[in-house]
Design a binder for this molecule. Structure first.
Ligand code: HXC
Length: 519
């Protein structure tokens, strides 16, 4: 072959490689409403920034006559590119090649970009669309998965890892996404489960559809496995780009700052009257969040799961901030097993990646009952407590209304190394609510009063006395547990000033191999 022919041969090979499993299979992918691996990467990254690696890798399997069926790239497209000019490493499983099933060589390709991401200190984004282990390859495929898992584990807390699920993700394959920081699933085409509906039927007799067992909706609402449920892959690409904008490249860097025109001293008058006079009436904590962050922009994470607590990212004067807030609009903002787990993992993500946390508190306590006790509210509540107490990033807490009992301690109180703990004048910081407290303290006296009117009068008087003494922020402020009581409409300014003061914060935990948090 002459040299010029060699160049043409390369060009032809590249065209061939880009067809993956061929036009027919690409058409079939499109008919299902799915994009191809390269289309997905192109949509995700800055225009023209993708540099593909290992395009000429092919599998080495000779079982079941597989040596006669080879595709360049072998079932996954890998490489690097940029998002808003910042480098990221990506892999996208190519369903047109053996259903995106994982071969030994495919695992090697994925591991290569993961290793590079670690070496360069850059995020890894994985797009999953795969029939699982390549059946013809047997144990080498299982070993390949384990090589990926090991890298997911070592990269955890070092570089951000995001997994998009745009097709099947079943069996042990689910564990790579599960080890990453954030999972996104499309509504129509994706599913995740350890065993599919057929195995479920044969083992337990349960009849259940793919969708009901592992679709995006159940994982967004019930299991909490996915952090985001998407209408389509376009939404996924936008969301990943946005998510990345709140994160640093790695654990040794700070998140990027996006300058804002939103004045730092903007007063939000509506906040002075947002809290209803009746403490049992709800309000929407998201209104508080939207009105204090830069330009009202808040990227909520886990929107459909454990809605009694809100988590997500926003910016204060351009600086990325994680927000954790009780939601009085749902289950009165009570802390339960799911809410504790949800918030704990988020706090740990923020702490690992130098993202300060603002905690907005309105919590009546932990949800009582055998259901919660049997589900391990003790261990799970301890997760959130542990996460806050272990976190060394700047922590600012604003108590909006209720802050009762153990939940008061858990929600980033002063003694868990809260840096600035503020309260609105509407705050109620006490061991328990007035009704419960009076029942315990005055139960015997109340029982002794026979006249119902007299009894009611006595209870009301005692509750009022308790409320005046405890259902306010001044008792806690008198001890210095609350650093200041702030005017609600000035919250944005006070929070920004607090985070500015914390920019040089340095706190180290004692040296140890690792903590043993309650899991
Ligand atoms: C090899 C596979 C494959 C696999 C699909 N294909 N899965 N090839 N190994 N695991 C191939 C098909 O033969 C087909 O090839 C092409 O991919 C597309 O598959 P279809 O079945 O036509 O597509 P669809 O109807 O959309 O169904 C997708 C599917 C189904 C639901 C994923 O293919 C399926 O059930 N596959 C098997 C899933 C599975 O049991 N995997 C192993 C799980 S165990 P052609 O040539 O026709 O295009 C596992 C353990 C992991 O993963 C453990 C990790 C620790």
């Amino acid at each position: 072959m002459k040299n010029q022919e060699k160049v043409q041969d390369l060009i032809d090979k590249r065209v061939q490689a880009k067809l993956g499993g061929g036009e027919k299979r690409i058409d079939s992918q499109h008919k299902k409403g799915k994009l191809t691996a390269r289309e997905r990467i192109d949509m995700l990254l800055d225009d023209g920034s993708f540099e593909e690696l290992d395009m000429f890798v092919t599998h080495r399997c000779t079982n079941f006559g597989l040596e006669k069926e080879k595709y360049m790239g072998d079932g996954v497209v890998t490489g690097h590119g940029t998002i808003d000019g910042r480098i990221v490493f990506v892999f996208a499983q190519d369903f047109t090649v053996f259903g995106g099933s994982l071969s030994e060589t495919m695992a090697q390709k994925i591991c290569k970009v993961m290793d590079m991401a670690m070496k360069m200190g850059a995020p890894v984004i994985g797009i999953n669309d795969s029939g699982g282990a390549r059946i013809q390859e047997g144990v080498t495929s299982l070993a390949g998965y384990a090589e990926i898992f090991q890298r997911n584990i070592l990269a955890s807390g070092v570089v951000p890892q995001i997994s998009a699920i745009y097709g099947p993700c079943a069996g042990g394959a689910v564990y790579s996404p599960a080890l990453t920081d954030f999972i996104l699933m499309t509504e129509d085409n994706s599913y995740m489960f350890v065993t599919g509906p057929k195995v479920v039927k044969s083992v337990t007799g349960e009849d259940i559809s793919t969708e009901d067992l592992g679709g995006a909706d159940v994982h967004a609402r019930k299991s909490g496995v996915t952090h985001f449920k998407l209408v389509d892959e376009q939404e996924g690409a936008m969301l990943i780009r946005k998510l990345i904008s709140y994160m640093p490249q790695n654990n040794l860097e700070e998140p990027p700052v996006y300058p804002t025109n939103d004045p730092i001293d903007r007063l939000e008058d509506s906040l002075n009257s947002i809290i209803p006079d009746n403490p049992n009436h709800p309000y929407d904590m998201k209104d508080v969040i939207h009105s204090i962050v830069d330009n009202g922009e808040f990227l909520e994470v886990h929107r459909h799961y454990a809605r009694n607590i809100i988590i997500g990212f926003a910016r204060f004067n351009g600086a990325s901030t994680g927000i954790v807030a009780n939601q009085p609009n749902f289950l009165a903002g009570v802390l339960d097993v799911d809410a504790s787990r949800k918030a704990a993992r988020f706090v740990r993500f923020c702490d690992a990646f130098n993202i300060p946390i603002l905690t907005l508190v309105d919590v009546p306590g932990f949800l009582p009952g055998s259901g919660q006790e049997y589900a391990g509210i003790i261990t799970n509540g301890a997760k959130l407590l542990f996460a806050y107490g272990e976190a060394t990033i700047p922590k600012v807490t604003v108590t909006i209304r209720k802050s009762y009992g153990g939940a008061h301690d858990v929600m980033s109180c002063k003694q868990l190394r809260g840096d600035f703990n503020y309260a609105w004048p509407t705050a109620e910081i006490a061991v328990m609510g007035a009704a419960g407290a009076i029942e315990v303290l005055e139960g015997r006296t109340i029982a002794g009063i026979t006249d119902p009117a007299e009894k009611a009068k006595y209870v009301t008087e005692k509750e009022l006395e308790y409320k005046e003494k405890f259902a306010n922020p001044y008792e806690a402020a008198a001890y210095g547990y609350i650093d200041d009581i702030i005017e609600p409409r000035n919250t944005r300014f006070r929070v920004i000033r607090a985070f500015e003061a914390l920019q040089t914060k340095k706190v180290l935990n004692p040296p140890r191999k690792h903590s043993n948090m309650p899991l």
